[in-house]
Write a protein that binds this ligand. Structure first.
Ligand code: NAD
Length: 262
């Protein structure tokens, strides 16, 4: 079992879904957590306190908007000020929008590229000096099966996710001799608010019922016919933080029920 006692992890988009499961997995291993994400402040405070209560870990919350580079730098600085440095960075925040390309709203394209791709660049850029100073680091990017293959109507998301797979490889090569690894995790469909939210848009774009979207669009692609769980993604992220994963860098790890094997 990977121990992270004394380490500090910044996990973007950790107020819900996969990011929250990753933050909880790290807290369970003893890490200090910098939480981040949008949402109702009372709900976020409840989640933060629950992490501290469940694991005896320390968790602070950064309200940084992942589309704002200065706020991203401030999130990393908060981790450094509070805990003395940042050892682990998980770039996980993400949004989705589904639409035919000729109707794809320009502001949605810009937001998806900013939040799902550029934010990782800004956070890595801000966190690497701290990792280099401490002579150890782990960078994990939540990519997607859509970093390897495409689906129609998701032009911005697929572009951002392919981009993050490239960023992962570049950063891994640059940091290879600093005991800092950089990998991405590529889930298939995980049942989270992000997936739930895209069901109505997919119903509209493909003229399908909710049941048809779940069975014929979402789980159609996943040979196991089961959703991945957030906790399974959290466990994989935790493994990447351990010594056993010290030689795993620059990879794109699929956790997709066999989706991209086909
Ligand atoms: P989610 O909607 O539950 O969580 C997204 C998180 O990102 C939330 O905490 C949200 O507040 C945060 N966020 C959104 N916009 C933000 C912004 N501007 N600034 C700061 N935080 C912001 O979704 P999820 O499914 O847990 O997604 C997490 C990541 O996993 C995303 O990168 C997503 O693309 C990826 N992913 C999800 C699935 C899936 O099936 N759910 C599959 C593959 C990849």
């Amino acid at each position: 079992m990977t121990g992270l006692s004394g380490k500090t992890a910044v996990v973007t988009g950790s107020t819900t879904g996969i990011g929250l499961a990753i933050a909880r997995a790290f807290a369970g291993a003893g890490a200090n957590i910098v939480m981040n994400g949008l949402g109702n402040p009372d709900d976020i405070e409840k989640v933060r306190r629950q992490i501290e209560a469940d694991f005896g870990a320390k968790a602070v919350y950064s309200p940084a908007d992942m589309s704002k580079p200065a706020e991203i730098a401030e999130m990393v600085a908060l981790g450094e000020r509070t805990f003395g440095g940042v050892d682990i960075l998980v770039n996980n925040a993400g949004i989705q929008f589904v639409s035919p390309i000729e109707e794809f709203p320009i502001e949605k394209w810009d937001a998806i590229i900013a939040i799902n791709l550029s934010s990782a660049f800004h956070a890595i850029r801000a966190a690497v000096p701290s990792m280099k100073k401490r002579g150890w680091g782990r960078i994990i990017n939540t990519a997607s099966a859509h970093s390897l293959i495409a689906s129609p109507f998701k032009s911005a998301y697929v572009s951002a996710k392919h981009g993050i797979a490239g960023l992962t490889k570049t950063v891994a090569l640059e940091l290879a001799t600093f005991k800092i690894t950089c990998n991405c995790i590529s889930p298939g469909y995980v049942w989270t608010p992000l997936v739930e939210k895209q069901i109505p848009e997919t119903m509209k774009a493909r003229n399908l019922t909710k049941e048809q979207v779940i069975k014929d669009v979402l789980l159609e692609a996943q040979p196991t016919k089961e959703f991945v769980t957030s906790e399974q993604v959290g466990a994989l992220a935790l493994f990447l933080c351990g010594d056993d994963a010290a030689q795993i860098t620059g990879t794109n790890l699929s956790i997709d029920g066999g989706w991209t094997a086909g």
